[in-house]
Design a protein around this ligand. Structure first.
Ligand code: BG6
Length: 456
């Protein structure tokens, strides 16, 4: 069915994710004239009225929805629901007047309980389910969750959401490689000697201790978002962008990906921020934040080096890194070129190897070149060809939600892909749990522990 025919049921409608990301995503779809006929049902444990739900919709969708707003508000309803109770879920699904898309915008532990409870519910025809990352807490639980989901619905009606796949720059990794010989021709171990996939944020905990303190940077960012970025950046290009082809290509490269030299201790680092300041605002010590259990040793900065055992990438280190409360935020994929095999004698190198950088936000592509610049003709100068991308009209959540409403799974996470991402990080999780890698510290606002050599 097209999105017009669906009821979107947001379970977790009163939560942070719905207000900050999902509804603004929907607003971006409405702004371009999509989803105007949607039936929007809010559901959650809180005792909200229909009116309160409509107020939230008015506040988040109002400016973008234009003429569609009155209809959306009129069709909108709120159903108080215990997300872990089969009877309540049955009643919720029955409240939909069209084929339901049940979107679990709830914490992963509750989502697992919801999936268990749904086993006792006869799902209405045409039901589809959307879930948020992280899928499970390790490889075994992800496999278990996938098995439960498979009992409920066929895989093409289960959508695992990772909004990084909706970011225009992430999708651009495919177009950029596929359409530009100048990039794809060097995109291998002969042309490139190191890749970094970095998502360093200045944001700190932001009141999310309940979830974040049990996840940490490795699970929150690397296990999910960054490994999917790696899959798109490093895969063999698929023959089409249909879900099966794309997921097959991603799966193939992920299956070849392992922690470097199989040595999780040598290939990973972790750290946690202490008190500091970012842009003049003080940031409290992570360990003293409300809801944080310091004895859990949750990291807020994680770095893992992986390698890909394929003819294209063998031996090329790929650094995955993400952290919070960092002073110099940067989000990018950066591929450093191998040095030229020979420079004519008398020509001085510019220093270091030039790189291709794809900045994720703000969107930018930079290709560095070394040229005989102004001044001494015997000295090479580094120049950079920079292009700004314009961000898409839709937010990342808007992209993914629009696809899911239309039944297109290409930019969602197939079950086996999610399990494979857990398989890759599992040795690191084990090494960290056993304290075989020290938890270091860095002041909020810095670029990480002072003992860590900065990334180039
Ligand atoms: C979320 C993580 O999935 O992605 C957050 O839980 C992180 O911790 C966020 O801040 C980053 O994505 P974006 O698109 O908001 O930059």
């Amino acid at each position: 069915p097209s999105s017009r025919d669906r009821s979107l049921i947001i379970l977790g409608a009163t939560g942070d994710l719905a207000e900050r990301l999902l509804l603004p995503g929907l607003a971006s779809l409405l702004a371009v004239g999509r989803c105007a006929k949607l039936e929007l049902i809010g559901a959650g444990g809180s005792d909200w009225s229909d009116e309160r739900w409509r107020d939230l919709l008015r506040a988040t969708l109002g400016e973008s929805a234009g003429d569609a707003l009155p209809g959306i508000l009129e069709r909108a309803r709120y159903v108080r629901t215990d997300a872990t109770d089969a009877d309540a879920l049955r009643a919720l699904l029955a409240a939909a007047t069209r084929d339901p898309l049940l979107y679990l915008a709830i914490p992963p532990s509750t989502a697992r309980a919801t999936v268990e409870a749904l086993a006792a519910v006869d799902l209405p025809d045409g039901t589809v389910l959307a879930l948020e990352k992280p899928f499970g807490v390790d490889r075994a639980s992800a496999a278990q969750l996938n098995a439960r989901l498979a009992e409920l619905l066929p895989e093409d009606r289960v959508f695992r959401i990772d909004h990084f796949l909706g970011k225009s720059t992430v999708a651009n990794l495919i177009g950029l490689r596929a359409a530009n010989r100048v990039i794809e021709a060097v995109w291998n171990r002969d042309g490139i000697d190191r890749i970094e996939i970095v998502y360093d944020e200045s944001l700190a905990l932001e009141g999310r201790a309940g979830y974040y303190d049990t996840a940490g940077a490795l699970v929150d960012m690397i296990q999910s978002h960054l490994l999917l970025v790696l899959a798109l950046a490093a895969m063999e290009l698929p023959s089409s962008l249909e879900a099966d082809d794309l997921h097959g290509a991603m799966m193939q490269v992920l299956r070849a990906t392992t922690v470097r030299d199989g040595d999780a201790e040598a290939a990973s680092r972790r750290a946690r921020y202490t008190a500091g300041a970012i842009d003049g605002e003080t940031v409290p010590d992570y360990a003293s934040e409300d809801g944080v259990d310091a004895s859990r040793s949750t990291e807020t900065l994680a770095e893992v080096v992986v390698e890909i055992g394929t003819p294209r990438w063998a031996g090329v280190p790929i650094v995955l890194r993400s952290g919070k409360a960092l002073g110099a935020p940067s989000t990018h994929v950066r591929a450093s070129m191998r040095p030229a095999p020979h420079l004519p004698h008398g020509l001085e190198p510019a220093g270091g190897a030039p790189a291709i950088t794809i900045a994720l936000s703000p969107e930018r592509l930079a290709i560095e070149l070394d040229i005989n610049g102004a001044g001494d003709p015997g000295e090479l100068d580094r120049v950079s060809l920079d292009a700004e991308f314009t961000a898409g009209e839709l937010t990342a959540y808007g992209e993914v939600l629009g696809d899911v409403l239309e039944g297109d799974a290409a930019f969602t996470v197939r079950g086996d892909v999610a399990e494979e991402c857990w398989r890759i990080v599992e040795p690191v999780l084990e090494a960290w749990r056993a304290d075989r890698v020290p938890l270091e510290e860095y002041p909020a606002g810095s670029s990480g522990p002072s003992s860590w050599a900065p990334l180039p």
